[in-house]
Design a protein around this ligand. Structure first.
Ligand SMILES: *Cc1c(COP(=O)(O)O)cnc(C)c1O
Length: 406
């Protein structure tokens, strides 16, 4: 029988979930079903002239894996297809993506506006690193639109935000902040790690750049680190790519391959974990030892209407305050609860198939000054729970048992 070329679907016509399975696929000459892992740093040429041409026609073919690698490109193109982005580039970690997405365009004399409610390392970049390069940080209460309005009443180069925020699940009004930011001349960079592209599409709402810690839900099985930057073709190729190419935070093809396969199950995992998280949040809210449960779509969340408008679900993360001790602290109570859990694991990671519990005050946000932690809503009684893929009733049973020790 004569050999036929394999069929490839037109990914643009597929529904979102199918894009996560077929997007970006580039088959090698061996007709493999599962995507190939190209562990190669370089590429060869048939002649010196061909090498010259490759460098002249930048981007037409692979020349060096710091610039582009076929496996990494499959991961980038697959997520770009799902996110509705024209351009994507994968990085070593989520923090490399955050840093590059800001530093590729900021320069001395610029202003950056961001909310206090940020992941510890993100706050460090905005508050401590930006000033070292002459960029003035302006921090606001992310839930208070009047503070955004005032901060963005002056020309601004960048807005950086997380929504929902880590760990207090504060919601920023993406549409309103993007409108204010664009009037001030700012590029809006959204860290969408908590919502994931399954539940929230910042580019469709008006953001200019989306970044992910792919370490979290995109891998979702705790195996490797990674990050990704998604934006429009012009900003991506003219501003972001030259910065990345010359500073080198390129993802390893192996990690890109793991993350590429993680994308295939992303919608299913985030859907199941999110449904379980909503159930767990309601359980926690009704428990007498819990002072307050934080979850974007709970009726008690101050921004639940906004959360329902800009997200299609509350996400996989639940935070809660245990009822504190006599001093209003709550660290001892939080530690007793965590230490009494049997199935839910103590870890500072999140978005995993295994349920993970964290005490932000002493770990992820441990190095941040106390007054700044409190400003972001982090107190010693706060616990962050990343809901995994276990049976939700087992998660509740474990919490029920552990809450007896609070
Ligand atoms: C974990 C996390 C990061 C950092 O990602 P890494 O892959 O660990 O570098 C950035 N932003 C948020 C919201 C995160 O949760």
């Amino acid at each position: 029988m004569t050999r036929t070329t394999h069929r490839t679907p037109n990914v643009a016509n597929l529904r979102p979930r199918s894009k996560l399975v077929h997007g970006g696929t580039r088959r090698s000459g061996f007709d493999e079903t599962s995507e190939a892992l190209f562990l190669t740093s370089g590429y060869v040429y048939g002649s010196a002239e061909e090498a010259e041409q490759a460098f002249l026609n930048d981007g037409q073919r692979h020349v060096y894996s710091r610039f582009r690698n076929p496996t990494s490109a499959m991961f980038e193109d697959r997520l770009a297809a799902y996110e509705g982005a024209e351009w994507a580039y994968a990085t070593t970690t989520g923090m490399a993506a955050v840093f590059a997405a800001l530093m590729c365009h900021l320069k001395a004399g610029d202003r950056i506006v961001a909310p206090w409610g940020l992941f510890g390392s993100c706050l460090h970049i905005v508050k401590n690193l930006c000033p070292r390069y002459g960029v003035e940080p302006v921090l606001v209460d992310g839930a208070d639109l009047s503070q955004w309005e005032e901060a963005l009443s002056k020309p601004t180069a960048a807005v950086f935000l997380e929504t929902p925020s880590n760990p207090c699940l504060e919601i920023v009004d993406l549409k309103a902040v993007c409108d204010l930011a664009h009037k001030a001349g700012a590029k809006v960079v959204v860290d969408n790690a908590f919502a994931t592209p399954v539940l929230q599409r910042p580019l469709e709402i008006g953001a200019d750049v989306v970044v992910y810690s792919a370490t979290k839900h995109i891998d979702g099985q705790g195996r490797c680190l990674g990050g990704i930057i998604l934006t429009d073709a012009k900003f991506g190729s003219e501003v972001v790519h030259p910065f990345l190419r010359h500073t080198g935070p390129t993802i390893s093809p192996f990690n890109a391959w793991v993350l590429l396969k993680g994308l295939e199950t992303l919608e299913l995992r985030v859907g199941a974990q999110g449904a379980a998280a909503a159930t767990v949040a309601e359980y926690l809210e009704g428990h007498p030892k819990v002072a307050r449960a934080l979850y974007p779509t709970l009726a008690s969340h101050p921004q639940h209407d906004l959360a329902r408008r800009q997200m299609t679900g509350g996400g996989t993360m639940v935070s809660f305050h245990v009822k504190g001790g006599k001093d209003g602290g709550g660290k001892d109570e939080a530690f007793r609860l965590m230490n009494a859990l049997e199935m839910v694991l103590i870890s500072n990671n999140l978005g995993d198939s295994k349920s993970l519990i964290t005490h932000p005050w002493t770990t992820t946000h441990g190095r941040i000054p106390e007054d700044e932690k409190r400003r972001a809503g982090i107190t010693p009684s706060l616990i962050r729970l990343s809901v995994g893929l276990e049976d939700p009733q087992d998660i509740i049973d474990d919490l029920e048992r552990a809450l007896l020790s609070v």
